[in-house]
Design a protein around this ligand. Structure first.
Ligand code: GAL
Length: 462
């Protein structure tokens, strides 16, 4: 049957998750604590319905059945992350053999099911010990991270060829150092800039270590949440607002990771406001020499901005938001179950930008998805009828398809996420999975969208 949207041969169909959100067993198997375990212990009330990360999806014990499910719903690829504090409980030093066995088993099981593992090294989960040394504010922690990365390449690089240094590295900067939604709950832009900068240094050191390991057919990249900044209008003031939002939230990582250098305008804004991070001789060369081979793109919603309406309070802490206000476009399409705008064309705009301005780097959609609260209200005949999710995926895929037809180098699509998982402060508030999970019993049930996706994967289009 002729399909309207046929994707290139070998297209990656699958989903993504992270260690903390999926594994559970937070205090088992010799795992050390990370900042999420610690923050939950000290402030459980900050988490939706007081649910913490101890159990999450219990993938640690159920990975075999879960991987079978992945294969049943058409996955040919799956992105997971390794937990740094599981593998190296203190962040540096001794490697935990139980963790090595666990990750070996998961990787082998995926491969046995014809699912290629994509492995990410860091998904918001700083080992507590490293945080106590200053986290990404500390230059030494970037060395510890590079050692951890090298250990991972050596342990698993014989079977894993797609590697990623970080998932959404801007998010811990925003959450932990600007807007108070991640530990350590600091509000300080110059510390935020240092954290962002050191994350990039850590990335470059890991890429350098990767090149030394000479993994056959190996590729290494980074996963960024690229959120196009759309100006309210073409008025120069609105255009400036959107350009600066783009500098802070997209280009702060995209430019150094792909082009090997920071945007001049970002540097000059930070300089003007006294927020530049500390650097060391040789950093420029390090970043330049270690750009990404492949880029994962996470896309959920656009950012709409307009020129600032009021001057910022001069006594308030310096913030990126000093340069723009958020803009609610009248008539925007909403996901009413989550409060986010849905703008499918954003995926196309991102890809065209990568083609035109970033050397058309090999990329894929590494996260896209729709969070919905109380999905059980959509159960019919025992199955969640998540037609809204099918529509969401389909409409995004159409735009991705158009981008590919126009020459964009996109190789796959991963939904966030495989199974409803623990989403940081939101815990289980919004459900994103192909598979639902009962938080108490951990019982899994396949949603309608999973069966739809299986067909899309089998037909390589729709
Ligand atoms: C992303 C993040 C994921 C997940 C998702 C849905 O930004 O990478 O960890 O939480 O949002 O909320």
């Amino acid at each position: 049957m002729a399909k309207e949207y046929q994707f290139p041969e070998g297209f990656w169909w699958g989903s993504a998750t992270s260690a903390t959100q999926m594994e559970g067993a937070a205090n088992e198997g010799g795992k050390g604590k990370n900042i999420w375990d610690y923050w939950y212990e000290t402030e459980p009330n900050r988490f939706f319905e007081n649910i913490g990360p101890e159990q999450t999806s219990d993938f640690y014990h159920r990975y075999k059945d879960d991987i079978k499910l992945m294969s049943q719903i058409g996955h040919n690829t799956f992105r997971m992350s390794l937990s740094w504090s599981r593998l190296i409980p203190n962040g540096r030093g001794e490697v935990n053999e139980e963790a090595v066995t666990f990750y070996n088993n998961v990787i082998d099981e995926l491969i046995a099911n014809d699912i290629e593992p994509f492995v990410n090294l860091y998904h918001f989960d700083m080992p507590l010990n490293m945080q106590q040394e200053g986290g990404w504010e500390s230059r030494e922690v970037t060395d510890a991270y590079a050692e951890y990365a090298q250990i991972c390449f050596r342990l698993f690089g014989d079977r894993v060829t797609k590697w990623f240094t970080f998932n959404e590295p801007i998010v811990p900067v925003e959450g932990g150092y600007l807007y108070d939604f991640h530990y350590p709950n600091v509000v300080d832009a110059s510390r935020a800039a240092q954290v962002a900068y050191h994350t990039m240094i850590a990335h470059a050191k890991a890429v350098e270590a990767f090149r030394d390991c000479e993994i056959k057919d190996g590729k290494i990249g980074i996963i960024l949440n690229l959120t196009p900044s759309y100006p309210r209008s073409q008025n120069p003031a609105d255009l400036r607002a959107s350009r600066i939002a783009d500098l802070f939230f997209n280009r702060s990582f995209l430019d150094p990771a792909v082009l090997g250098e920071y945007p001049e305008e970002l540097i000059s804004i930070l300089r003007e406001h006294g927020q530049l991070p500390k650097t060391e001789a040789g950093d420029k060369e390090l970043i330049q020499a270690n750009t990404a081979d492949i880029l994962g793109v996470n896309y959920y919603q656009p950012r709409r901005v307009k020129a600032k309406e009021h001057l910022p309070n001069p006594y308030s802490p310096f913030m990126p938001d000093w340069f723009f206000d958020n803009y609610e476009m009248p008539g925007r399409k909403m996901n009413p179950y989550r409060g986010w705008e849905i703008y499918e064309k954003g995926i196309y705009d991102i890809m065209i930008n990568l083609k035109d301005n970033y050397g058309n780097i090999e990329s894929f959609i590494s996260e896209n998805g729709m969070g919905v609260q109380d999905e059980n209200r959509f159960i019919e005949n025992g199955e969640i009828q998540d037609d809204y999710r099918i529509e969401f995926i389909r409409e995004h895929l159409k735009w991705l398809h158009k981008a590919i037809e126009e020459g964009c180098n996109a190789k796959g699509y991963h939904l966030w996420t495989f199974i409803d998982n623990w989403s940081w402060m939101n815990a289980y508030k919004n459900r994103y999975g192909f598979i639902s999970m009962d938080v108490e019993t951990k019982e899994r049930k396949t949603k309608k969208s999973a069966y739809w996706f299986k067909k899309v994967s089998e037909n390589n289009g729709f």
